[in-house]
Design a protein around this ligand. Structure first.
Ligand code: NDP
Length: 451
């Protein structure tokens, strides 16, 4: 970083947040992008906007005690980080995964602020979660955990204050249990969570939204930058959860062939493409593992994740859509993708590329779409769910899907206009997304005074 003010902010940030690896990585990426903007807009330094933006408004940590099926008491830690409310009520998912800690949630909340801004909907940024591991838990254990989690969280949220949603480990089932407990404690049926079931205020197309939105964004960017499309392309998708399943479905519907999927134990290679019905049966109905897919579908191979084994990014593909988790694609993976002729990397997950990998991809002409833009379809559709709840109306699948497509294309167009305004290369959607996202927040923060 060359700008003295930006450098000073980053040094102070590091000394205030020691050991917070993911949070520091996200901050560095954002500050690097914002240098250009800071130089052209003296109001940012004058109002100390970077320092203010990089300090979460509120962070709540709490104990979550629950009973397992053997009547043994279990204790987890829960958090909610209400990062920035300049643009609207706090909004962001709840992650349930043993790896969850403050650094990961702060990075996710920070990213969420810029993402929500890019959607143009009135939503601030937040994130929450717990180090609870849902794997291997019975349905009743999941319910008791979700109820215990909400028993503390409910006092910090509300339809005009903070509206949580799903994320890793939190799908429709968990949102249902949390919603039920909120309703019981508050004696109020309001749209306090998004991703709800369709019979109690959920929006059609919310389940599909992040994966579909990722493909709408990627298609628009490819068309603009290369005059190309998904048709006939080979695609690597990672993960096999909500985002990965619907990215696979939409990419294949747009004429591509998805040849990989993964989970934390390994990955599959499916040379003829993915049978989405089988994938949904295994992941959504049976709650199985991705290796079950290889066992069930002939011609598919499974590569166990062990030290020294090749990663799925060594597969020869035209397009890569990382949809699992943060830092799953490192510099060696980026080099393998480029060496194999991959032209597009758009992120379904949040920060799946390390900073080094992202720089390498951009420097080598790969069209790079960061998660904060490319995966914004989930939260955008959550915003549409909030609108429907407020109006007590339900739109059709086609109506929500059409709005989602429009929002994703508008996000890309906003980034593209920002790239042109600041002279940023067309394949670098990272710098454009950070500037476009921050611009709106900065304007609102200045207008609302020193808070
Ligand atoms: P799911 O829980 O449905 O799926 C997550 C997938 O990623 C699973 O296949 C999981 O495998 C894999 N995974 C999780 N942690 C790891 C890890 N440490 N190493 C390797 N694989 C891992 O989550 P989602 O699909 O909802 O979320 C995926 C990503 O997309 C996350 O980064 C999330 O923040 C982001 N996202 C999600 C949105 C949504 O609407 N759901 C919206 C925007 C972003 P395993 O089963 O083995 O853990």
């Amino acid at each position: 970083m060359n700008n003295a003010y930006v450098n000073k902010v980053f040094e102070e940030f590091k000394s205030k947040n020691p050991g917070e690896k993911e949070y520091t990585q996200a901050c560095q990426e954002i500050l690097e992008s914002l240098e250009l903007m800071v130089e052209k807009n003296p109001a940012i330094e004058k109002n100390q906007l970077l320092e203010r933006f990089l300090e979460p408004e509120r962070l709540v940590q709490f104990r979550v005690a629950w009973l397992d099926d053997n009547n043994v008491v279990r204790v987890n830690r829960g958090w909610r980080i209400q990062y920035n409310s300049a643009l609207g009520p706090y909004k962001g998912g709840i992650r349930l995964h043993p790896s969850v800690n403050v650094s990961i949630l702060k990075f996710l909340a920070l990213e969420q602020c810029l993402k929500n801004s890019l959607t143009t909907l009135p939503m601030g940024g937040a994130k929450g979660g717990s180090d609870f591991d849902p794997k291997g838990k019975s349905d009743m254990e999941i319910m008791r955990f979700c109820q215990a989690f909400m028993t503390e969280l409910y006092r910090h949220i509300g339809p005009d204050t903070d509206v949580p949603a799903g994320d890793i480990g939190t799908g429709g089932r968990e949102i249902g249990y949390m919603f039920g407990q909120y309703k019981r404690l508050q004696n109020e049926f309001t749209g306090v969570l998004t991703g709800k079931g369709l019979t109690f205020g959920g929006s059609l197309a919310r389940t599909e939204a992040t994966g579909y939105g990722l493909c709408y964004f990627t298609a628009k960017a490819m068309e603009t930058v290369f005059g190309d499309s998904f048709k006939g392309k080979t695609v690597a998708v990672s993960g096999s959860g909500n985002v990965a399943i619907y990215a696979t479905e939409k990419a294949q519907a747009l004429g591509a062939k998805v040849v990989t999927l993964s989970d934390s134990n390994g990955w599959i290679y499916a040379p003829d493409g993915i049978d989405v019905a089988v994938l949904k049966q295994i992941k959504e109905v049976e709650r199985g593992r991705i290796k079950d897919y290889a066992a069930r579908v002939p011609g598919v191979t499974y590569v166990e994740k062990v030290a020294g084994a090749p990663t799925l990014w060594t597969t020869k593909v035209d397009i890569a859509l990382p949809c699992a988790t943060q830092n799953e694609l490192n510099i060696d993976d980026a080099k393998a993708l480029v060496a194999n002729g991959c032209k597009v990397v758009c992120e379904g997950a949040n920060m799946p590329c390390t900073l080094e990998a992202a720089h390498f991809l951009i420097d080598n002409g790969v069209l790079y779409g960061p998660g904060k833009a490319a995966n914004a379809g989930g939260v955008a559709t959550s915003g549409l769910e909030m609108s429907q709840n407020s109006m007590r109306l339900s739109w059709t699948f086609e109506e929500v899907d059409a709005r989602l497509k429009g929002i994703m294309e508008a996000i890309y167009e906003n980034i593209n206009a920002t790239q042109k305004k600041y002279g940023i290369a067309a394949n670098d959607c990272l710098t454009g997304a950070n500037i476009a996202g921050f611009d709106k927040i900065a304007t609102a923060m200045i207008a609302q005074g020193v808070l």
